[in-house]
Design a protein. Structure first.
Length: 77
């Protein structure tokens, strides 16, 4: 029977995968919507690009937090 530490160790790769999938989807949506916006109003490209990079940074930060939480040693129940 697996102890609490073993279960957390087995769930860490799942957390990594979900974090990567979630941030990948989020970045794809952000970039896609920015491209659509620039196509509609090219004069706003500079402002939209800045906002896009800010959104990408925040989205990737959530993935890094998820990876960091996966390394926290939780006590066995």
């Amino acid at each position: 029977m697996a102890t609490g530490i073993d279960v957390v160790g087995q769930l860490a790769p799942i957390a990594f995968g979900l974090a990567a999938i979630g941030s990948g989807i989020g970045v794809g949506i952000i970039v896609g919507k920015t491209i659509e916006s620039v196509a509609r109003q090219p004069e706003l490209q500079g402002r939209l690009q800045t906002l896009m990079f800010l959104g990408i940074a925040l989205t990737e930060a959530l993935a890094f937090i998820a990876v960091g939480v996966a390394y926290i040693p939780f006590p066995a129940p």
